[in-house]
Write a protein that binds this ligand. Structure first.
Ligand code: FES
Length: 575
C-alpha cells in the first residue's frame, strides 16, 4: 500500500482533529458513544451505509454481516461507523422501488458529505440498492467499496428447483388454468425464498452486483457468493480491511471509472443475459461519472459481446450453480479477450490481475466466446415510430418465433384497465394479438413499475398460449421472461407515440431489424397527436412532485436532471 495521506490530511480530521470548540464537541460525542480517543484519533473514519431494516427481506443477514465489515475495518486500523440508509425492499415497496432509487442516491451522497467520512462501505444488493448507493458514492467521490448481499439459495418444491420470480410467474399461470391446486401454490410460496439473500435468478440484483464488481467496486468474485455461504462473511471482513487502505491510497471512484470500465460492464451485462433494468442503471451510473452512454452503445457492444451464462430466466441454472461453476471471475477470465483488463479496481490492481487464473468448473453454466449460448448479447435496442427514443427487449428470454411478428393491438390504458380485462373470457384477442400497456413509464407509473411482463389473458392461457408480444413503457423484473418490449421512450404519459395507439391498429415488431413500428400513416398519427390530452398531475406536493418534475426518461437513465454530471458541491463548513 502506498500511503498518499497523513492523518492530518484525512477529511475526518476537520471534525475530530483541531483544538477548537467545535472539535471539542465532536470528540466529546465520540467519547459519549463509548469510544476511546485511540479508537478514532488519526484513523480513517469508514462510513458503512447499511440498507438493512425489518422490511428489507433480501438483506436480513446485513444486521450480522455489518459486524464482519466492522471487524475488518478495526483490524486494518480504521474507525467504522454504521449509518442506516433507506431500505428499498423490491417486493414490499410500492408503487416501485425505482421511484426511490434516486432518493437512496441522494441520501448516500448527503450522508457521506455531511458526516466526517473518509471512505465508505456500501451494503446493498436487492435490485435498486446497488445502483442507488453507487450513484451517490460516485457523486461524492470518496474511496468507496461495495458489499453485495449475495444471492439466496435455490428454491425447492417437491424436489423441483424453483427460481425467484421466474417460477412465481410460471406457476401462477398454472394455477390460473387449474394445472396446480391451492395446496401446491402454498407449498411453492413456502419454498421459493428459503434463505437470506437476493433473487437467485439472473435478475436485476445479480445483474447489478456483477456490473458493480466489473466496474471495480467489489472484491473479486464477491458478487457471486451466496448470502448464507461462510465465504460471505469472510468477504465482508476483507472488504472492511480493504477500504481502510483505499483511504490511505486515496483511491476514489473517479480514479476507477472510465468509458473503458463501462464498456466492460456492458459486455458483462450482455454475457450474463442480464436484466433489462441494467441498461437504465448503467446509463445513470455513467451519468454520475460524467460519461454519456447512449442506447446505441449497448447495441454496438451487443453485436460483438456474446451471451455466455446459462441462467434463468434466459437459461437453466441459478446463482448457486454460477458460483460453483467459477462465478463472475471465471466468466471474466473466460471472456478476457473481449475486455479491457487494464482498468483499475478497488483492489488497487487491474481487472486483469484480479481475475488472473480464475477457472470455469462447469462449461454448461459458464460458456466461453468460442462456445457461446448465443453469438450476440440478448439485450436489443429497438427504434421506430412507436419508440423514437428507443425501447428494449431481452431476446434471450423471448419466444424466438415472436421476434419477427405483426399483430393487432389490444390497448390497456393503465394497469387497472388491464387487470379488469385480463380475465374476461370474451376479450377480443387471439395468440397473434399485441398487448399494449401505457401510462406505466417514469412519470406515468410513476417510476416504471415492473408491469412489462403483461399477464397472458386467461382466455388464451386456457388455449395453451404462454407467450405473446407485449409492449409497454414499464420495466419488467429481471426474473421475468417473454416477448416483452419495454422502456418505450418517450413514455405515453408525456405524449409519446404509445399514447396514440388504438385497439385494432397493426403493430410490427422486427427484433433482427431492430424495429418497432405502428402501421398507421404519419397524417393519421398527427391527427391523433393533436387530439391527445395530457392527464392531470399525480402529485401536488412532496417527494412525488420532486420526482415528477425532475425524472429523466428511460433512455436517459431515469436520474434526476439536477443530480447528473460532475459539478463540484462544496464541502460543508465546520462551524
Ligand atoms: Fe430483492 Fe429480488 S426481491 S433481489
Amino acid at each position: 500500500m502506498k500511503r498518499k495521506k497523513s492523518p492530518e490530511e484525512l477529511r475526518s480530521h476537520r471534525w475530530l482533529g483541531p483544538a477548537d470548540l467545535r472539535s471539542f464537541g465532536h470528540r466529546s460525542r465520540a467519547l459519549q458513544m463509548g469510544f476511546a480517543r485511540e479508537d478514532y484519533q488519526g484513523k480513517p473514519v469508514i462510513a458503512i451505509l447499511n440498507t438493512w431494516s425489518d422490511v428489507s427481506h433480501c438483506h436480513t443477514h446485513f444486521r450480522e454481516r455489518v459486524e464482519d465489515v466492522k471487524r475488518g475495518v478495526w483490524q486494518a486500523g480504521g474507525f467504522p461507523v454504521e449509518i442506516p440508509a433507506i431500505s428499498l425492499a423490491e417486493v414490499l415497496q410500492k408503487p416501485t422501488t425505482m421511484m426511490y432509487r434516486n432518493l437512496l442516491a441522494m441520501e448516500t451522497e448527503e450522508l457521506l458529505r455531511s458526516y466526517p467520512a473518509d471512505g465508505c462501505v456500501l451494503m446493498g444488493g436487492c435490485d435498486k440498492t446497488g445502483p442507488g448507493l453507487m450513484m451517490g458514492a460516485i457523486s461524492m467521490d470518496l474511496p468507496s467499496i461495495f458489499v453485495p448481499a449475495g444471492p439466496m439459495l435455490r428454491g425447492n418444491w417437491q424436489g423441483k428447483i424453483l427460481g425467484s420470480g421466474s417460477d412465481a410467474w410460471k406457476y401462477w399461470d398454472e394455477l390460473r388454468t387449474g394445472n396446480i391446486n391451492e395446496q401446491d401454490w402454498r407449498e411453492i410460496e413456502e419454498g421459493i425464498a428459503r434463505s437470506p439473500g437476493t433473487c437467485m435468478t439472473m435478475g436485476t440484483a445479480s445483474t447489478m452486483t456483477s456490473v458493480i464488481e466489473t466496474l471495480g467496486f467489489s472484491l473479486p468474485n464477491a458478487s457471486s457468493i451466496p448470502a448464507p455461504d461462510s465465504n460471505h462473511p469472510r468477504m465482508a471482513s476483507l472488504t472492511g480491511r480493504r477500504i481502510v487502505d483505499m483511504v490511505w491510497e486515496d483511491l476514489k471512484p473517479s480514479d476507477i471509472l472510465s468509458e473503458r470500465s463501462f464498456d466492460n460492464a456492458i459486455k458483462v451485462l450482455m454475457a450474463l443475459g442480464g436484466s433489462t433494468n441494467g441498461l437504465i442503471h448503467v446509463i445513470a451510473l455513467a451519468g454520475r461519472a460524467g460519461i454519456k452512454i447512449e442506447l446505441e452503445r449497448f447495441e454496438e457492444i451487443g453485436r460483438e459481446a456474446p451471451y455466455l451464462v446459462n441462467m434463468r430466466p434466459s437459461g437453466r441454472y441459478l446463482m448457486e450453480d454460477f458460483y460453483y461453476a467459477g462465478g463472475l471471475v471465471g466468466l471474466l477470465e473466460g471472456m478476457r479477450s473481449l475486455l479491457d483488463v487494464n482498468v483499475l479496481t478497488c483492489t488497487g490492481k487491474t481487472l486483469g490481475e484480479n481475475i488472473a487464473g480464475a477457472k470455469i468448473h462447469n462449461k454448461d453454466v459458464i460458456h466461453t466466446p468460442d462456445d457461446p449460448m448465443q453469438a450476440e448479447g440478448g439485450l436489443i435496442v429497438l427504434r421506430g415510430n412507436l419508440a423514437p427514443d428507443g425501447a428494449v427487449i431481452k431476446s434471450t428470454a423471448a419466444d424466438p418465433k415472436l421476434l419477427k411478428h405483426s399483430g393487432r393491438a389490444m390497448v390497456f390504458d393503465d394497469y387497472n384497465d388491464m387487470a379488469a380485462k385480463l380475465e374476461d373470457p370474451d376479450l377480443d384477442v387471439d395468440a397473434d394479438s399485441v398487448l399494449i400497456l401505457r401510462n406505466s413509464g417514469p412519470q406515468g407509473g410513476p417510476g416504471m413499475p415492473e408491469w412489462g411482463m403483461l399477464p397472458i389473458p386467461k382466455k388464451l392461457l386456457k388455449q395453451g398460449v404462454r407467450d405473446m408480444v407485449r409492449i409497454s413503457d414499464a420495466r419488467m423484473s429481471g426474473t421475468s421472461y417473454g416477448t416483452c418490449v419495454l422502456h418505450v421512450a418517450p413514455e405515453s404519459w408525456i405524449g409519446g407515440p404509445l399514447a396514440l395507439v388504438k385497439t385494432g391498429d397493426t403493430v410490427e415488431l422486427d427484433v433482427p431489424g431492430r424495429k418497432l413500428n405502428l402501421k398507421v400513416s404519419d397524417e393519421e398519427l398527427e391527427q391523433r397527436r393533436a387530439a391527445w390530452k395530457p392527464k392531470s398531475r399525480k402529485f401536488e406536493r412532496g417527494y412525488g412532485k420532486l420526482f415528477s418534475e425532475h425524472i429523466r426518461q428511460a433512455n436517459e437513465g431515469c436520474d434526476f436532471d439536477f443530480l447528473e454530471g460532475t459539478a463540484q458541491t462544496p464541502e460543508p463548513e465546520i462551524h
